[in-house]
Design a protein around this ligand. Sequence first.
Ligand code: HDD
Length: 735
Amino acid sequence: AAARKAAATQKLAAAFPFNANKPNEIGEQKPKAGVHAPLPDPSVGASTLMEGNSTGKPQLEAARIDAEGAVLTTNFGAPVADNQNSLKAGLRGPTLLEDFILREKITHFDHERIPERIVHARGSGAHGYFECYDSLARFTRAEFLSAKGKRTPVFVRFSTVAGERGSTDTPRDVRGFATKFYTGEGNFDIVGNNIPVFFIQDAMKFPDLVHAVKPEPHNGMPQAASAHDTFWDFVSLMPETTHMLMWVMSDRALPRSLKTMQGFGVHTFRFVNAKDESRFVKFHWNPVAGTHSLDWDECIKISGADSDFHRRDLWESIEAGVFPEWELGVQVFTEAQAEKYSFDVLDATKIVPEELVPVVPVGRMVLDRNPDNFFAETEQVAFGVQNLVPGIDFSNDPLLAGRIHSYFDTQLSRLGGPNFHEIPINAPVAPANNNQRDGIHRHAVNRGRVAYEPNSLGGGCPFQAGAAGFRSFPQPMEGDKVRGKPERFADHYSQATLFWNSQTEYEKAHIVRAFRFELTKVTVPAIRERTLSMLRNVTDELAGQVAEGLGMALPRAMPKLVASVKVEVQESPALSLTARPGNGDLRGRHVAILVAPGVDAKSVKATTTALQKEGVVVHTLAARLGDVAGKGGTITPDGTLETMPSVLHDGVVVPDGEEGADELGSLGQALEFLKDQYRHAKPILMLGAGRAVLEEAGIPVDDDTDWAIASQAASFIDALRKHRHWDRQIDPPPI
Ligand code: HDD
């Protein structure tokens, strides 16, 4: 029997080649016979085999279950003979209460859902590793930053904030960027966002902020959107939100892909070294692929075409071996330095401009493995800013203070009790030993009679780590117990102006459009007016254009708490998305080739080959599936114009061939495709007679300043590397 099984396995493996990027799976997602195979090549899926993993086993290995070759059982292991029919008294008779198999199955089903996260409910995750560039012992005694080349497994979850669990991936929203490092000294989480500042300065206001942005409580609308009255009512009454609003109305809130956005720890944290010296630190994740965004009109359309757009992109990238990668950078500065700044580094609505403190790269993170099970990993993962390791500590940021409480607390109801740290995705790889016991769903079988400390009966174990353990930085304290804010928290506008001044023309235009869109959706004119009066304190250049877009006169500027502040930096190029064009890697990007009877098959083939050489995913698209008779050959389309619309592609090719061009020119969906590509500033390649289709769509093909309309494959590929030709856009769009 064993030989027969081995032969069958071999046959299966031959029929479905191994997925090289996930060796424990076979092509077409068919599970391999037997248990998950140990990963053969440590450079692939390496995150499971990291040092610091004291169990010696790949992380999560103990929890993995594969049913290949297994018999169906109840949850308690009894083999189930019939999974089709409930137990009845006679074939047409009533179902019996005795049917424990039916009742177990239905009962489990009835309780399958857990509460979604109160914020950041919609998210996607992946495993990977962090690799330290060099020892940072000078600044911190954190073990994962202690040696060149040291690798630490990580799990990252990206999220939107306002939408519910099943909401679209492309609303205008902040993105969560939460990283769990499974270090040799316990889990360290950077629970950050893709924007380096936050809306509010004090955790006291967090429930208000979230209530304002979430669907309005009387009618449950709108889903995953800030463009509604309650949000703008709140923020326009809270001028401290101004700086964050600038970021959220910019293209930062519309990432092209999760792998093309930055991440930030937002708050000021502390590094503490072995000599107990402390410096402040801010964390930055910088994407190797650069920072790139979508167009707002495109985001709306993607929501319909593929609401899993970002989740799919992350999943497919990793499956295809295109591993998203970021550099971790740190801004390290002393308390004495911070004292001199015009802003307070404890205020989460402020950045520390890179001109004041440079961002130093200290390591890289590679995401190289998709989760095995969405619920078990991505849904049950519990991040928390309270997960610190020796060498890293909090600052007194009052927003951070609330978070230290909130993240642990929220898991108690979301994950159902105090043992959520035992859920495999949350469990540290470092050993966890203490005298905490029992509670609902306890997994650990703690041995021995001792569950207290000090003890002699257990040999004094587990014993205190002393100097090697986590010790809070002994920051001297002073002052009265008060409810209030430090003076430097009062300037709400200087850095909003800094952000505006640091944007390119196209970015400014997009910010104006975003404010106009959101405020047009607001129904109460007084809220629009109040927002405008707030924006006047940023710059009249912005406020004026938004007012014009709303058909309103500029109101008086909102009174300020502080008249004017002498700022250190007027403009910071790093704040523009264009500061990080990335490495121009085209692997995993999507390009469509439009085909119809009569297109030149040779030009389709040659372009496909040239693009595939760059790792581009090429889709030939026709009006219907089924072979298309091209000039000089048959083309088998990969998809149709109705199922794979323009917004799912980074560029488009219109092949040569006069008859084909005539056909395409008569297809409304093909013309619409091209118009959208043009409007969303994407590269277009027109080959020979294909030019006529663009003309039919009304696209100005002879604009020689438009580098992203190409007639040669090579210049098209060049344009793809640069992503978008934003300067092409006219508001409102004539095309
Ligand atoms: Fe938060 C989730 C990021 C302020 C309370 N937050 C959550 C997640 C991210 C952030 C990325 C999702 C984690 C995951 O993927 O599971 N939050 C931030 C950032 C903030 C911030 C960057 C400001 C700098 N958050 C903030 C405050 C509070 C919370 C001020 C409360 C006082 N956040 C939560 C929470 C969540 C959460 C309610 C919901 C689910 C969870 O924690 O695990 O506790």
